[in-house]
Design a protein around this ligand. Structure first.
Ligand code: GDP
Length: 506
């Protein structure tokens, strides 16, 4: 079914809470969840399924239940983006700390907007203004400092301004204009999965588009199944799960992996075939992690930017490299420094490089032992240089790799179809005369009728007086068959051509 714009409706935002340890991430998640549970409501006992949804004045928000940037980055490294908004929790009595900074970097690399929750504002030593000033350095500028980052002063303990936090998330989501087709066949991303005694394989999926229905056939990673039951975050059995909702799914034929895709298909046969094909591809060394099936709203790839991470020894070289890289300009690709920092290459840099598909450059610095090991495991290449122009050459070479090659086409021969005849064992053959150049079997070819191209493919076989021939030249008569095409007619023109592609350089 086609996605038509009138089918598109706003879906709830999906939120990940990040920040430094002990700044109150878990407390914020807990208090938002419990505030949403109507006490005494039947079935209102929340189930921990990896994510939950709240409703505030008819606005829904989905929260991923695992705080911190580790899960977020791991998801991204697998090509799944499952966060629309990051809530950055910063304790007002403690300020910006290393994991605060890392969270900012990860969110920015993923191009996910940040809403700042300045927490613990109930404490006497809380100094929200100081936090806002510290965040300036990371280009998070509060509205009262004439920026546009939404910041809310809250307390998870006294529940102060939690409604304001929710409203800010809703506002941020409105800016993002998260639209999707609710009626299309569903897609989703696996958040968690387990094998449950009694229930079998259970996967928590967050729906990214369309609506998952009971009875749907689906593929998830290398597994497939039929939706036997859908259970929401309140432990209730439901029949349908709309976009952005987290839902437990029963009926999968094995344990899925977190970050796997989830795609609904029309029939059992399609689901089985796709999962078999994937298993086959997986065996033959294909990468099972990159199934390009995510909703475009969640796609996270930009073909025309080369993401770059540079770690260098001193501030001077960091600045020099940054400005030199930014001077590399090209119409179709551009360099994008997602992180330029001083110090050795750490595990975080490697994870970030993997998640952002970035090149990782060590300038006059070495990777830490752990980073080196992780890079080896993750097959991330840490390139070391100590001369700036070598860095630039490397980056230009990498950017060139993103350019589509120059494609040149040359017509090698033309033939006119004189009559159509049948050859037993072969079928319809185009009896033709070469009127220009040469035509070879296996060559790229097209058929032109009244000036319009009606077929593009390949020359299959050439016959010369009932024998197969490799090639025919100008003036010769021959029989021609084309690959997967027999609808040729008298007076059609067959044009054989060759294509050469040359890599372009920046
Ligand atoms: P996380 O490590 O970021 O998940 O932080 P937690 O949610 O576990 O909170 C760390 C500590 O801070 C706990 O002892 C909480 O009780 C406390 N805490 C969290 N929020 C607040 C708050 O708003 N005010 C005060 N005073 N303490 C808080």
């Amino acid at each position: 079914k086609e996605t038509r714009s009138e089918n598109l409706k706003n879906r709830p935002p999906i939120v990940t809470v990040m920040g430094h340890v002990d700044h109150g991430k878990t407390s914020v998640l807990d208090v938002l969840r419990s505030a949403n549970v109507v006490s005494g409501e039947f079935g209102g006992i929340t189930q921990h399924i990896g994510a939950y949804q709240i409703e505030h004045q008819s606005n829904k928000i989905t929260f991923i239940d695992t705080p911190g940037h580790a899960a977020f980055t791991e998801m991204r490294a697998r090509g799944s983006k499952l966060t629309d908004v990051v809530v950055l929790v910063v304790a007002a009595d403690d300020g910006v700390k290393p994991q605060t900074i890392e969270s900012i970097k990860h969110a920015k690399a993923a191009k996910v907007p940040i809403v700042v929750a300045i927490n613990k504002c109930d404490l006497p030593e809380a100094d929200p203004q100081k936090i806002k000033n510290q965040l300036l350095e990371y280009e998070l500028i509060a509205e009262d400092l004439s920026g546009d980052t939404l910041m809310v002063e809250i307390s998870a303990k006294t529940k102060k301004n939690l409604d304001k936090l929710v409203e800010s998330i809703v506002l941020q989501a409105e800016i993002l204009d998260l639209k999707t087709d609710f009626d299309s066949k569903a897609t989703g991303i696996v958040l968690e999965s387990k094998i449950d005694v009694g229930r079998g394989a259970v996967a928590t999926v967050v729906v990214t588009s369309g609506t998952i229905k009971k009875g749907d056939f689906f593929v998830s990673g290398l597994k497939w199944g039929k939706v036997r039951a859908l259970i929401n975050d309140k432990g209730q059995n439901i029949n349908e799960a709309p976009p952005s909702s987290p839902v437990e799914i029963l009926g999968i034929n094995g344990a899925a992996k977190s970050g796997d895709d989830f795609i609904v298909l029309d029939t059992e046969k399609e689901a089985k075939t796709l999962s078999e094909n994937r298993a086959e591809e997986n065996k033959s060394g294909g990468n099972p992690l990159t199934f390009a099936t995510q909703d475009s709203a969640f796609a996270d790839k930009s073909i025309d930017e080369l993401n770059i991470i540079v770690k260098s020894d001193v501030h001077g070289s960091s600045e020099a490299i940054k400005s030199a890289i930014n001077q590399i300009t090209h119409e179709e690709v551009k360099p994008k420094i997602i992180l330029s920092d001083i110090g050795m290459v750490t595990e975080t840099d490697v994870t970030l490089a993997k998640a952002s598909n970035a090149v990782l450059i060590a300038f006059n610095v070495k990777p830490s032992k752990e980073a080196k090991k992780l890079a080896e495991n993750e097959k991330i290449n840490i390139v070391s240089y100590n001369i700036i122009y070598e860095v630039l050459d490397y980056i230009k070479q990498k950017m060139s790799g993103l350019l589509s090659p120059d494609v040149q086409e040359t017509v090698t021969g033309t033939a006119q179809i004189l009559e159509i005849f049948k050859v037993s064992g072969t079928g319809k053959v185009a009896g033709s005369k070469v009127i220009e150049g040469e035509i070879s079997s296996g060559s790229d070819a097209r058929v032109i009728r009244d000036g319009a191209i009606i077929y593009t493919g390949k020359i299959s076989t050439i016959f010369r007086e009932k024998n197969q021939a490799k090639q025919v030249s100008n003036g010769q008569e021959c029989g021609i068959t084309l690959k997967d095409f027999i609808d040729f007619q008298k007076d059609d023109t067959i044009e054989a051509y060759s294509v050469t592609s040359t890599e372009r350089m920046i």
